[in-house]
Design a protein around this ligand. Structure first.
Ligand SMILES: [Zn+2]
Length: 130
């Protein structure tokens, strides 16, 4: 049985981080969908099918590229969460403004009254209460 499975899986992609994510997400959707709506249920099943398709796929390069894309998105999400946490932890010490010209986020110390802020990215100056 084990040898048969090994032969069956040779040349196929197998399991990776994206499949782990799909597996968990589909489980959550199926459980939620059974309670809430048929759409979520079927979406969950579709994700599970996609997960199996990826495991047994022979197009290893393409699956690998998908996983790399997923990992990069996951990193961006982690970075964003870390930034939000830092911002929340420092909320008593710093205020954050967006540059009106280029949308760059700028951190200034709190409690300095009305100050002129110069964007380090594009050089635009604007006045805000810190
Ligand atoms: Zn700017």
């Amino acid at each position: 049985m084990k040898a048969w499975f090994q032969r069956f899986m040779s040349g196929r992609y197998g399991f990776d981080q994206l499949n782990g994510f799909l597996c968990i997400l589909s489980l959550i959707l199926v459980v939620l969908g059974a309670w809430l709506s048929g759409f979520l249920y079927w979406l969950g099943l579709a994700l599970l099918l996609w997960c199996y398709y990826r495991i047994f796929s022979r197009n290893i390069q393409k699956r690998y590229a998908e996983n790399m894309k997923y990992l990069s998105l996951q990193n961006q999400a982690k970075d964003w969460l870390a930034r939000q946490k830092l911002r929340f932890d420092q909320r008593k010490v710093y205020r954050y403004f967006k540059c009106p010209h280029c949308r760059q986020s700028i951190r200034v110390p709190r409690g300095r009254g009305r100050i002129s802020i110069t964007c380090p990215k594009c050089g635009t100056s604007f006045i805000k209460k810190s």
